[in-house]
Design a protein around this ligand. Structure first.
Ligand code: NCD
Length: 313
């Protein structure tokens, strides 16, 4: 159960049981999404705000559609079009949103820990849609849903995550989530993009993609995050692609029935080549659909104040 949580700030805090229950609910939501009429009354009378201090396509849109499919009132505030650009603090903005009767605030922020600060200062439930280099729990949940759907389980799978491990909040949430559910996580990337002591989180670190990919059940590419880069962490994008980019030849090191994931947006020809992005192992488009299902499940669970899912059928 979701232990009466007000907020979803990261997968580090969740127990395996809670993650499994979210995934079960997301499977039900996926079924609803596949119907001709996607509208459900579950969130009627609830109001949901997306508060985004960073750019986003998939995450913001999927939260907004999830809210609308479930009949909630949904609105968005982005930093550039609000009083944030006039210098208002996060807490003041949060309290203003809270006082309008908002039930759930979904926040994306460039600073790690911003959702935690907001959560302490508002009555609304807070869902973390990505905070700096810390966590992106809803992305990892949709990744896990995609894996579970195709492999029937997560326990015992070998998942290789390749790319910019240091700057990725996606990888951090996936490490917490996947290892809690019993998967083995391997990471690889340029040594300058692997944080020191990452092994302490229970993952295996490899210097070459080939080694990390060997016998993998799932391969996840991560975006090279130019906007977060302090210069000089790898020589050139071309060189990165040559040594770490995943193409057909490299993907062959993984198991025959490997699944290929990427959170998007993809730099084509850098972390993944078009032949694998558009190839038959790729589930990148399905991840997008699953993103809506997972967010529907989370809005449902967290709109019940306390995230108590005991009474949900
Ligand atoms: C990720 C993010 O913003 O952290 N994207 C996403 O939410 N789909 C990954 C990224 O931007 O590289």
């Amino acid at each position: 159960m979701l232990n009466n949580r007000k907020d979803l700030l990261g997968l580090k805090d969740l127990q395996a049981d809670e993650i499994k229950r979210i995934l079960n609910h997301a499977e039900t939501m996926k079924y609803i999404l596949s119907q001709k009429n996607k509208k459900t009354p579950h969130l009627q009378g609830k109001s949901i705000i997306t508060l985004f201090y960073e750019n986003s396509t998939r995450t913001r849109l999927s939260f907004e559609l999830a809210a609308k499919y479930m009949s909630a009132s949904a609105a968005n505030i982005s930093a550039s079009g609000s009083s944030v650009s006039k210098g208002e603090t996060l807490i003041d903005t949060g309290k203003t949103i809270d006082r309008m009767g908002t039930d759930i605030i979904i926040i994306r922020h460039p600073m790690s820990g911003a959702p935690h600060l907001l959560a302490k200062n508002v009555e609304a439930s807070v869902i973390n849609a990505g905070d700096g280099m810390n966590e992106h729990p809803t992305q990892a949940l949709l990744d896990m849903l995609t894996i579970k759907e195709h492999k029937g389980k997560i326990e015992g799978l070998r998942v290789a995550i390749i790319g910019d491990i240091t700057h990725s909040r996606v990888v951090r949430s996936n490490i917490w989530g996947l290892t809690k559910l019993g998967a083995e996580v391997c990471v690889a990337g340029p040594a300058t993009l692997i944080p020191p002591e990452i092994e302490k989180t229970g993952v295996k670190v490899f210097n070459s993609v080939q080694e990390a990919l060997l016998d993998a059940d799932v391969v996840m590419g991560l975006r090279i995050q130019m906007e977060r880069q302090k210069s000089g962490l790898f020589p050139t994008v071309r060189e990165y692609a040559r040594f770490f980019g995943i193409d057909d030849k490299r993907l062959k090191f993984a198991k025959e029935d490997v699944l290929l994931l990427h959170p998007g947006p993809v730099n084509r020809g850098v972390e993944l080549f078009s032949e694998v992005i558009d190839g038959d192992k790729s589930l990148i488009n399905e991840q997008v659909t699953n993103g809506v299902a997972v967010r529907m499940a989370l809005l449902y669970l967290f709109s019940r104040k306390g995230g108590n899912i005991e009474n949900i059928h």
